[in-house]
Design a protein around this ligand. Structure first.
Ligand code: 5AD
Ligand code: SF4
Length: 440
């Protein structure tokens, strides 16, 4: 039996895509391996979001190519967003035998079969229908607690900086019945948490025979499966997150009280140029709505520093918005021009690297303070935590997350805790990244 090895880069959706690929190839008779040196097929499931993501992957492709020189029968392939972005130019280097885009995974068994020396195979067709709805992903998580479920694919927003609409194609939603069935299935297998994934979950929409299903309705259906199945989702778009979604979150205890709401910038001029299609005031109104329904909801974000023509005033607007919201955590990036995007075609990437990096540092330093303040506010509070396993640093301690998604560590108190158990803890102390707790 041939063995397949996959390395996954980029977002949670890519992790889930790798699980889909394993399922498709298992059906075709391939066995999974976690050791590169054992792989007959070595794949990188790739990310194009920023140039440094691609550079890292190129480094790995060199390593795979070296492995192929040692074992000439090995097949090396690039799948995912970089495959879609760079298409057949990836074959020019003669380092890879296979290139497959995000909508081409069903064709992998055939592509692999057709590969021959000097006959690489490529499929980068994007689809308007493919959702892999009928494929039950082979879970690759380690602890059997938390599963990803893709509810839609692609993206119809053309944010000017973003490569995703070009790499993942047009937005399409998946049949809700298949989503609920998959969530039921993982719950029956012992999983205690599902994360519903989409580039913009708030625009999920399915026209069923018995009426339309929007994201609020889908959330309610998944949450109704079992009260001890936690439901998370990512990513929300500030322009689309509806009152109905926020109110549905408030109605179900098992819908986790955490929202990732990428803001990108606090400057209206930048937001307009980024084509985000909301203003700072609109964004702050969404935050107010979330807090009015769920006062303790954890709110996290993404921020881009140094987008085209960004001034010191624009940058200060981002810092002031971060303070105003008081984010619990954030992912923060320097703008990276992506070829072919609206921004690359229309606006010069004119903020000098040292200015971009200085602004990014200021954003990160501010967020470090905000994260610590957020965690300090939790000292003395009690939370229900879903145990993920032993803590990395101390085997006498376990770790798990609050409903909001904050990481907690706490002494097990002698009896080992099983991943997937719920326990109550009280917060005694904290770092910027972790709540240090005791069991209660
Ligand atoms: N440069 C920097 N960051 C980017 N992101 C998306 N495109 C770019 C880019 N060209 C960030 C956004 C997005 C997150 C997934 O990655 O903040 O929300
Ligand atoms: Fe995910 Fe975007 Fe990276 Fe593609 S480019 S893997 S969608 S983060």
């Amino acid at each position: 039996m041939k063995k397949i090895y996959i390395e996954t880069y980029g977002c949670q959706m890519n992790v889930n895509d790798t699980e889909v690929i394993f399922a498709i190839l298992a059906e075709a008779g391939y066995a999974r391996t976690e050791v590169m040196q054992e792989g007959d097929v070595i794949l990188a499931n790739t990310c194009s979001i920023r140039d440094n993501a691609e550079q890292r992957i190129w480094g790995r492709i060199e390593v795979f190519a070296a492995e192929k020189r040692r074992r000439p029968g090995v097949v090396v392939g690039i799948v995912g967003c970089m495959a879609e972005r760079l298409k057949d130019s990836l074959l020019d280097s003669h380092k890879v035998d296979l290139v497959a885009g995000p909508d081409a995974y069903r064709s992998l068994p055939r592509l692999l079969q057709d590969i021959a020396p000097d006959r690489p195979q490529i499929n980068v067709l994007l689809s308007h229908e493919e959702t892999y709805a009928d494929i039950r992903p082979v879970r690759i998580d380690k602890n059997g607690v938390s599963a990803f479920i893709s509810i839609m694919r692609g993206c119809n927003n053309v944010c000017s900086y973003c490569v995703v609409p070009y790499t993942r194609g047009a937005e399409r939603s998946r049949d809700p019945q298949t989503i609920v069935d998959e969530a039921r299935d993982v719950y029956a297998k012992g999983y205690k948490e599902v994360t519903l994934l989409g580039q913009n979950v708030d625009s999920y929409f399915w026209k069923a025979a018995d009426g339309p299903v929007d994201f609020a309705e889908l959330l309610a259906r998944v949450a109704a499966i079992a009260p001890d199945l936690r439901v998370r989702f990512s990513t929300s778009h500030p322009k689309d997150i509806s009152d109905a979604v926020i109110e549905t979150m408030g109605r179900y205890d098992n819908i986790c009280k955490g929202i990732h709401l990428p803001v990108q910038s606090g400057s209206d001029r930048m937001l307009e140029k980024m084509r985000r299609r909301y203003t700072r005031a609109w964004y702050l109104d969404r935050v107010r709505k979330i807090r009015s329904v769920m006062p303790d909801c954890v709110i996290t974000t993404d921020v881009i520093a140094g987008f085209c023509s960004e001034t010191e005033d624009d940058h200060r607007d981002t810092l002031s918005l971060m303070r105003e919201v008081g984010y619990d955590a954030a992912f923060m990036f320097a703008y990276s021009e992506r070829p072919g995007t609206l921004a690359a075609r229309n606006y010069p990437d004119d903020v000098p690297p040292e200015v971009k990096n200085r602004r990014l540092t200021e954003i990160i330093e501010l967020q470090n303070t905000l994260s610590l303040e957020s965690n300090r506010r939790d000292i003395g509070r009690s939370f229900e935590v879903l145990v993920e396993g032993p803590s990395k640093r101390n085997p006498d301690e376990a770790c798990g997350r609050t409903s909001g998604g904050k990481m907690c560590v706490f002494p097990t108190g002698g009896t080992p805790l099983k991943p997937g158990e719920y326990v109550s803890v009280r917060v005694l102390d904290c770092t910027q990244a972790t709540l240090l707790c005791e069991r209660v």
